[in-house]
Design a protein around this ligand. Sequence first.
Ligand code: SF4
Length: 493
Amino acid sequence: MTAAEKTFLSHPFDDDKLKEECGVFGAIGMADAANFVALGLHALQHRGQEAGGIVAHDPEKGFNSAHRFGYVRDNFTKASLMESLPGPLAIGHVRYSTAGSKAAVIRDIQPFFGEFSMGGCAIAHNGNLTNAESLRRELIEHGAIFQSGSDSECIIHLMARSFQKTHADRIADALRRVEGAFSVIAMTRTKLIGVRDPLGVRPLVLGRIGDNGYVLSSETCALDIIGAEFVREVAPGEMVIIQDGVIESTRPFHDAKPRFCIFEHVYFSRPDSQIGGRSVYETRHQIGVELAREAPVEADLVCPVPDSGTPAAIGYSQESGIPFALGITRNQYMGRTFIEPTEHIRNMGVRLKLNVNKSLVKGKRVILVDDSVVRGTTSRKIKEMILDAGAAEVHFRIASPPTAWPCFYGVDTPDREKLLAARMTEEEMRDWIGVTSLKFISLDGLYRAAGETDGRNNSCPQYCDACFSGEYPVAPSDQIGKGFTMKTAKAAK
Ligand code: SF4
């Protein structure tokens, strides 16, 4: 991908969204497992569109791998490529970009592979290690030669320094040294391994397919695409080792109270996925219901900012009794159309991706429901489009609390000073965006929508919500070393 493509693909609509950085998928016990992995990664494409990779193992042909920039469908559908990835065991990864390396470098694409005395092992990581910089320095001082700029490569080097006899024990050793968020899948010649960090910040689920086949995936939507049955979530702090149709479960870490990422409910996960036994769609719908109760307003129409605002807008409409309408349409075929965009095209901004249905909104008091406000630049442009189309009033209702803190656990967030909510009060944001009213769902309302009927337990929060509250469950050591100050680090003991 050229620099111009990268700039354009992230500009300007998507640049004002938080971005999940990775999705992982692994399969064992089926012929040509790489094909199942490709399909799984295709279903997880929303978690990372920059690049993808697959490693497969065949008893006769050994380990083979392919790493490519671009969408899964543009690469891992080619017969010649898929035939080069034979075998009953494979893992894959889609990425947005890894911490510390925003440049498009093929060496940064996972899975990473290492040859050990007991055989080869590939790993793929979803999340972000908050002590990766200090670990990397230490590893380099002790002779490690890094191939990539990725924090995840530390895991391979830590495994190489472990004296444990099995890959699984070396992975556990390595992960006990890291801090932050990780859902890791790994493969040896015969085993598929999945691990979640003690707080379970990022998701990982287990599925079954056929007589002897198992899969590990970031989300359940990727099980559906291959017809796999959902078995269960890999528990926070659990390692599962799958071989010959048998699952072994171990607990390599200290016990901790789980702190799953609440933003997975709001935005990152696909609405057709299940989290903690709850449909993501249902949670988003319920967020809209809570928003309508917390922030009612007289209006004529409820319109979602597509696509992620749609379930919450439906919930808001149903609870308030105000009619729902698709007042904004998103062009689903953006992206690669303008490979070398001119300045003139870039300046069209949000209009390239979103268009207002003028006949619907003209003369109306419109409630716009969006999932989040990050920098606020897109909200301003959408407001202008709605007013240009003749709307009488624009009321923004946001399906998450103000995003005032950066995420260090695997979600790409601007620096704190670029987050609108870090610089302004709610009233100031309303005036800066230029809308008649602006309201965010409360943290308690969000927790209720996610199934916590009593809201947030402030002395022991049930989720990670650091980007809203500033209470980081794992202190971001590398950032603190650079002078970052946070409110508190409420470690879940
Ligand atoms: S800081 Fe926000 S986006 Fe990051 S893991 Fe926590 S809740 Fe999720």
